[in-house]
Design a protein around this ligand. Structure first.
Ligand code: G6Q
Length: 593
């Protein structure tokens, strides 16, 4: 059903209804350029990254060009026909690892497409890149850092060397320290300042220091300790803190301040508010020792804040925020589910890590999913991708994956700092099924945009109420079938408007999806699922030859906000600093606040 239009400027072939917009939006020359006074003195990537005069080579690779030709002859593949021609397609286009079954048969691909994508992975040096990450090479070139979240789940006997030092013993020492605190809080051995046991845990952090802990707590709520409740404060909007702590007794509350840098403005504002809130109730600064712990790489700042050095859980620089869920950033998760469950989660991560590192690419789940994402993004011109977990416990997973994908691969220059002439990450969004069926699925089925979907479901419910789970899963399978095959028959509508109604009701199908089917949501399968997405995103970044592990794009806004604050404090706008829109908005805010 999707027509194609060739834009002729090297961005692959775009979807017809949107091709004008796509063609103009993705010209690198159109990218906004920060005015000079907005440049970040210490963080100017152009100053750090060696600029290579060579053009990016991805679109010149033989496999890319073969894929382009293949797309031109196969862009109108019909899923109905592919399934009719191959009765075993549903079995053939599937793979399994770490307790996760991937059915990728409902994708707009043939066996030849997959072969060509696999060739592209080889040509782009994916295997070498994977080994470089696992071996601790400094693949985050703009920050000159190794990328070793995989080391956080390695077994005690493993050796991973960074700067001449095996880091695995440190990883396990940290796990021990986390376990000790988690078990003390869970058992009631850890007492608050007035001798009461802890009943509320509040994680304060933002971005990677919030999304992972909040998602994991929700996902593993079934395994959580009764009598302890968990809150996640991230937004600097005072509402977040006020609502999270409303009616709570500070004497029963433990704050975990999560900030790798301990300089993040939102987190520090919330942390100071938490300290004031605590001392307002407990009236003694000694109370901080019993009610605050911190997870950070910046121990000096944590101590300056007033948190006892024994209550600091360190973070190495080779763990990026959005990849930090297995580090001490997962402390709230461990308190919630206990050390054994946390270690099971790490085992699940590790099982998928090993699969990614060792399985042949044609049976490698993250590789296959990453390559399919490239296929839609770069050849069909899909601009977004939807994550659709059919499990209420995973309601926060789409937001988590959104950061993982968009912050990792939302980049416009290659590793060498050369502007790309192809698309990188699509926008990633989603929500739990079956709720989404009653809102945004309409566009998935009948909109003019091709949105590849990932369905995620579990064979066994953790809350097996009669009728519920079969009904939920029937909906999952029905949705992926409806997207793929559309209306099996044209609805019969009689009367004079019948013909038009038929057109409105008709569902053409041919919309692609993956289905991930898992026996049961456990700490281990959650770990495997997250690692699957981490490595799929890694695969995409390797094909696009971008640095998936920095995030310079978020810096400018932070700097500008900091510059504005003095104007708010002085109740006056600095002359000739802002554009007229910003100036008018600030003026209005200062007048009406
Ligand atoms: C993630 C990003 C970002 C980061 C937050 C919080 O990869 O780096 O989301 O996690 O900005 O940073 P801090 O942990 O340093 O407060």
């Amino acid at each position: 059903m999707f027509g194609v239009a060739h834009t002729g400027h090297g961005y692959g072939t775009m979807l017809c209804p949107l091709h004008h917009c796509l063609a103009t939006q993705h010209q690198p020359k159109d990218l906004p350029v920060a005015p000079d006074d907005h440049r970040l003195p210490e963080q100017d990537t152009a100053a750090r990254v060696p600029v290579n005069a060579q053009p990016p080579s991805l679109t010149e690779r033989p496999a890319w060009q073969s894929l382009q030709q293949h797309f031109e002859t196969h862009h109108d593949l019909q899923l109905q026909r592919l399934f009719a021609d191959d009765p075993l397609r549903g079995h053939r286009f599937s793979a399994e690892a770490a307790g996760i079954h991937l059915d990728y048969s409902k994708n707009l691909v043939t066996a030849e497409t997959i072969d060509l994508l696999l060739k592209l992975a080889e040509e782009c040096g994916l295997r070498k890149r994977i080994n470089a990450m696992f071996n601790g090479e400094k693949i985050n070139v703009t920050e000159n850092r190794a990328v070793l979240h995989v080391a956080l789940r390695s077994t005690a006997g493993t050796r991973v060397v960074v700067d001449g030092r095996n880091i695995v013993p440190d990883v396990h020492a940290m796990l021990e320290k986390m376990s000790a605190l988690a078990e003390d809080v869970r058992s009631g051995r850890w007492l608050g300042y007035t001798g009461k046991r802890i009943r509320h845990v509040v994680n304060i952090g933002i971005g990677g220091s919030d999304l992972g802990p909040a998602m994991a707590h929700e996902a593993l709520r079934h395994y959580s300790q009764a009598g302890l409740d968990f809150h996640f404060v991230s937004n600097v909007d005072g509402t977040d803190f006020s609502e999270a702590t409303r009616g709570m007794d500070a004497a029963e509350t433990l704050f975990i301040i999560c900030s790798k840098t301990f300089t993040t403005a939102e987190t520090l504002v919330n942390a100071r508010t938490a300290r004031r809130w605590c001392l307002d109730q407990l009236s003694d600064s000694d109370a901080v020792r019993r009610h605050f712990v911190a997870v950070s790489a910046n121990v000096a700042e944590v101590v300056r804040f007033g948190i006892d050095i024994d209550n600091v859980f360190g973070l190495p620089d080779w763990v990026g925020g959005r990849y930090s869920i297995c580090s001490a950033i997962g402390l709230s998760t461990m308190i919630s589910v206990g050390a054994d469950n946390f270690r099971s989660m790490l085992e699940g991560f590790r099982a998928m890590d090993e699969h990614f590192q060792t399985a042949p690419f044609d049976r490698n789940l993250p590789v296959l999913m990453g390559l399919l994402a490239v296929w839609y993004n770069n050849f069909f011109g899909s601009q977004t991708t939807a994550m659709l977990p059919y499990d209420q416990y995973l309601k926060r997973l789409p937001a988590y994956l959104q950061q993982l994908s968009m912050e990792s691969n939302g980049k416009s220059v290659t590793m060498d700092g050369v502007p790309v002439n192809y698309r990188t990450a699509p926008a990633c969004w989603g929500g739990p099924g079956s709720n989404g069926q009653h809102s945004f699925y309409q566009l998935l089925h009948q909109g003019t945009t091709l949105i590849p979907c990932d369905f995620i479901g579990f064979c066994r419910s953790l809350n097996p109420l009669p009728h519920h789970h079969d009904f939920l899963m029937a909906n999952l399978f029905a949705q992926s079938a409806a997207l793929a095959f559309g209306s099996t028959e044209r609805p019969a509508v009689s009367g004079s408007t019948g013909h038009q109604l038929n057109a409105h009701r008709y569902i053409a199908g041919n919309r692609p999806s993956n289905t991930l089917l898992v026996e049961k949501l456990t700490p281990a399968t959650l770990g495997a699922l997250i690692a699957l997405y981490e490595h799929s995103i890694f695969t995409q970044g390797a094909i696009w030859n971008i640095n998936s592990f920095d995030q310079w794009g978020v810096e400018l806004g932070k700097v500008l906000a900091q510059r504005m604050l003095p104007e708010f404090e002085n109740n006056g706008i600095s002359p000739a600093v802002h554009d007229s829109s910003t100036e008018a908005l600030i003026g209005r805010y200062l007048r009406d606040r």
